[in-house]
Ligand binder design. Structure first.
Ligand SMILES: Cc1cc2nc3c(=O)[nH]c(=O)nc-3n(C[C@H](O)[C@H](O)[C@H](O)COP(=O)(O)OP(=O)(O)OC[C@H]3O[C@@H](n4cnc5c(N)ncnc54)[C@H](O)[C@@H]3O)c2cc1C
Length: 331
């Protein structure tokens, strides 16, 4: 690890004062933000980033607020995954968010890991994580996973990079219609979480979200979902702790045994949480039976382009969709 200056800012104003300019892309990795540190420390130790300064967000007051009002939640960037997982009210009103938090890593990771860190963590693709592999994510010209070992990579939305977004929380928060509040020297802006994440073909291929170099994520707001039920289902290789090979965040509003509204977002299959609007529309007005489960699975994975070693993700994600639909419909 290269040595760096460790700074403990006392206010958010101090944090944004120390960040580079909004268009200073070259300086973006000169200053890094530290939350729980579980992803950042790995990156530092592997020489994936070599910042001059590390700003400890944990000394900044006001980022750990976890407040509920009429089933609307304000979740500060430093709220831990364990707090979400263990919240009885969140479990009742937004089960998929609490379940997704509870599906992250191990108990230790959830005790230390934060909401902001989970949403802003970097990809887990082993080419990206290898110090000597200068892949397209690190400014190189090629995605080595595309023609290489791509068992864990994207089947949807890939190109020119084929990473999958590693966050469990992200699909559930997108399905919940959550928004992110972002702070810079210019003030605050709010972005729907669905628009927070960017495809490699849309934004800068070296980033996974809309945060500019001068910005910090300060909070996530989750709106009430009266009348909805929801669940998060994840399949991983190791049951003790592991990233998702595929995951499903599903929310349904039922009326008279039929689906009145649906939200379906996939994790582990694309560089962003993958919203399946066609499948959501097809579910409306239907009872949950084998036919609609198969149709929802087919529409959700429409356009999938598996690489040489990851076609298994198609039936895996489709199986999880069926399981989640049946669980929520009680069939
Ligand atoms: C063994 C292991 C298993 C894991 N398993 C899972 C898993 O199953 N599912 C999963 O989702 N994740 C997993 N993770 C990834 C990750 O460590 C956790 O998700 C954790 O939530 C990260 O949070 P943190 O606060 O420790 O992040 P940090 O390491 O502090 O930060 C992560 C990144 O986000 C940036 N950042 C942090 N806060 C902010 C902010 N407020 N604004 C802007 N940028 C910010 C940091 O600069 C850094 O680049 C795992 C990690 C490990 C080491």
């Amino acid at each position: 690890m290269k040595s760096f200056e460790f700074i403990a800012p006392r206010t958010l104003d101090q944090v944004v004062e120390l960040l580079p300019g909004p268009r200073d892309l070259k300086a973006r990795d000169r200053v890094k933000l530290l939350a729980g540190g579980q992803d950042l420390l790995g990156e530092l130790k592997e020489y994936l980033v070599a910042p001059e300064q590390v700003l400890n967000l944990k000394t900044v007051p006001g980022l750990s607020t976890f407040a509920e009002r009429d089933s609307n939640y304000e979740v500060g960037a430093l709220v831990t995954l364990a707090e979400l997982e263990q919240s009885a009210t969140l479990r009742r009103t937004h089960a998929m968010v609490a379940e997704a938090a509870g599906a992250v890593g191990s108990v230790q990771i959830r005790n230390q890991g934060t909401v902001g860190g989970n949403l802003c963590q970097r990809p887990r693709c082993w080419y990206y994580r290898h110090e000597q592999a200068v892949c397209i994510k690190k400014g190189g010209s090629e995605c080595f996973a595309y023609g290489g070992l791509n068992k864990y990579n994207a089947i949807l939305g890939g190109g020119p990079s084929y990473i999958v977004h590693p966050s469990d929380l992200a699909p559930a928060l997108v399905a919940a219609g959550a928004s992110a509040t972002i702070r810079s020297k210019k003030g605050e802006r709010t972005v729907e979480l669905e628009r927070f994440f960017t495809l490699p073909s849309e934004g800068a291929v070296t980033r996974e979200n809309v945060l500019a170099p001068d910005e910090v994520l300060v909070r996530v707001d989750i709106p009430a979902m009266a009348g909805w039920t929801s669940t998060y289902m994840k399949f991983r290789e190791r049951s003790s702790y592991d990233f998702a090979l595929a995951a499903v965040a599903l929310a349904l509003r039922m009326e008279g045994g039929r689906i009145a509204e649906a939200r379906l977002v996939l994790g582990g299959v694309a560089p962003i949480p993958w919203r399946c609007e066609k499948a959501e529309k097809a579910l409306v007005g239907r009872k949950v039976d084998a036919k609609i489960c198969a149709l929802a699975g087919k529409l959700a994975l429409e356009g999938a382009e598996p690489l040489a070693h990851n076609a298994y993700k198609l039936p895996l994600a489709q199986g999880l969709i069926t399981k989640a639909l049946r669980k929520l419909a009680g069939t």
